[in-house]
Design a protein around this ligand. Structure first.
Ligand code: UD1
Ligand code: UDP
Length: 384
């Protein structure tokens, strides 16, 4: 039998982090010819992941521009991929999650009549406007894809509600596989101002905030609450690796800039970021990936959003929805800093999102689908 030609198309930091372990896994199978195609919706943040995981891409659309819009990203990915797909003619295109790259790449593959596999399928917040535009992106990818790799059972149930029942596999999330790779690679120092922090004597809050639906007043309210939280707790240091998006940079600098014990730094590479999470007392974030990583490390998370498509860790008790109102974000942060019992209840390692073998299950599912395996892979079941 000919090898299955699998083209993985991705373009942002979170997609790269979560596709990296899968690309490494696909390379191990002689029945698979794996090629990567970058849209480069992100540039430095994407390249940093590629080099950490020692990955190369056969194609690179190199589309990023400062202040890009949803229109320009979508159009550039679609036209760029038209040529790549006609030239390479893969048997399967893999896309990840819910970015504009994922949606546009799935659409391009559909136009080229190439089947699509959706990694991290079936997440739903239930609100088309939040996260925006991600909720609609992932629904549309779900309609296009033939193979759906769901991190959890709940994700598969979400797909059933959309009428999708064929080609659904429960695999765990590849982000847990990625953490296996990164966690023991930290050299012990960050090589920046974080090395000045007294990690024994201080409690570190790690903040990330970049979602489009939080732009403007919600983000300003979140930053004011967190600034007040730091000022009210002299043993707290805030570390915020700020997303390079100009809208986020401006809000962060104007409210949190020049504040004692606040470290506004550039994006960290993923090895550094996972090391930072491990050393943190508390995580405050509107990021998707951090809601999966921090629970695995036993770190409480306050989610700076009104909803989440990742309710599993909320149910396990290690993640709490804090919303975007200033008083409530402050109140919940202060509770975790001042009430030991509340903190300890949330600070438990829990792993509803994976066991580190998601990439292997996805590779086996692809091989089974294309007739290279006699058996379907066994679905992921979270343990304690
Ligand atoms: C996108 C994804 C979002 C994901 C986020 C991850 C969509 C619709 N949204 O956010 O789901 O959580 O990426 O970070 O696809 N920039 C750089 N260098 C980089 C990356 C970005 O300078 O390496 C700057 C550029 O000015 C760019 C801006 O950041 O224009 C915003 O990037 P973009 O990918 O458009 O961000 P979002 O759509 O907000
Ligand atoms: N991350 C990183 N460096 C940073 C901030 C985040 O490597 O400075 C990682 C983080 O650990 C997680 C991923 O980036 O794996 C999350 O990406 P992001 O928040 O950009 O997107 P989202 O997950 O919200 O889509």
């Amino acid at each position: 039998m000919n090898p299955v030609k699998v083209m993985s198309i991705f373009g942002t930091r979170p997609e790269a982090i979560k596709m990296a372990p899968l690309l490494l896994e696909l390379q191990h199978h002689r029945e698979i010819e794996s090629v990567a195609c970058l849209t480069a919706q992100h540039r430095e943040m994407l390249d940093s992941v590629m080099s950490l995981f020692d990955l190369d891409a056969a194609f690179d659309l190199d589309i990023m521009e400062p202040g890009q819009t949803l229109y320009t990203v979508t159009a550039k990915v679609l036209t760029g991929l038209g040529q790549v797909l006609e030239q390479a003619r893969p048997d399967l295109v893999l896309v990840h999650g819910d970015t504009t790259t994922a949606f546009s790449a799935a659409l391009a593959a559909f136009y080229a009549k190439i089947p699509v596999g959706h990694v991290e399928a079936g997440l739903r917040s239930g609100d088309n406007l939040s996260p925006f535009p991600e909720e609609v992106n992932r629904k549309l990818v779900g309609q296009i894809a033939s193979l759906h790799f769901c991190p959890t059972v709940r994700n598969a149930i979400n797909l059933q509600h959309d009428g999708i029942t064929n080609g659904v596999f429960i695999t765990g999330n590849t982000v847990i596989d990625a953490m296996r790779y990164t966690l023991d690679k930290f050299p012990g120092t960050f090589g920046n101002e974080l090395d000045q922090i007294d990690w024994q004597g201080r409690r570190v809050i790690t903040l990330t905030c970049h979602r489009r639906e939080n732009y403007g007043e919600p983000m300003a309210a979140i930053f004011r609450a967190i600034k007040a939280l730091v000022e009210a707790h002299p043993d707290v240091e805030l570390v915020y690796p700020v997303h390079p998006s100009p809208a986020v940079q401006e809000a962060a600098r104007s409210i949190l800039g020049n504040t004692d014990r606040v470290h506004l730094i550039g994006p960290l590479d993923t090895v550094q970021m996972h090391a930072l999470l491990k050393r943190s007392y508390l995580i405050m974030t509107d990021s998707g990936g951090l809601q999966e990583e921090a629970p695995a490390l036993g770190k409480p998370v306050l989610v700076l959003r009104r909803e989440t498509e990742r309710p599993e860790a909320v149910e396990a008790g290690t993640v709490q929805l804090a919303g975007v109102e200033e008083a409530e974000v402050f109140r919940l942060g202060a509770l975790l800093l001042n009430d030991e019992a509340t903190y300890q209840k949330m600070a438990r390692a829990t792993n509803p999102y994976g066991d580190g073998n998601a990439s292997q299950r996805i590779a086996e599912a692809i091989l089974w689908h294309f007739g290279h395996r006699g058996k379907r892979p066994v679905d992921f079941q979270p343990g304690e």
